[in-house]
Design a protein. Sequence first.
Length: 98
Amino acid sequence: MGIYNILDADVECPVCGQSAEANIQFRLGWLDLNQYQLGDRLVWCRGGIHEPKTRPPDGNLEGEGVAECSNCHAEYWVIVRVVADTIESVGVDQLREE
Ligand SMILES: [Zn+2]
């Protein structure tokens, strides 16, 4: 996945069904293994590698991530939603299998 950021959030795991803390790798904003939690402000750009190239209008963007369940250690795809520069929510990507 290359360089990414990390989000720690409670997600209902699609594999074991538990609401467990997930360690999520995602590629939004300034990519430097930054550690985030829900409600944190996303840093869009601070030199180095960032995705996308510029902050989107209104600071709204969705991107995919890979979560690892802390309960069963399964990996699954999630969608990370940024609203007004804030990491607002994360949801399981039901459509993506692999
Ligand atoms: Zn699980």
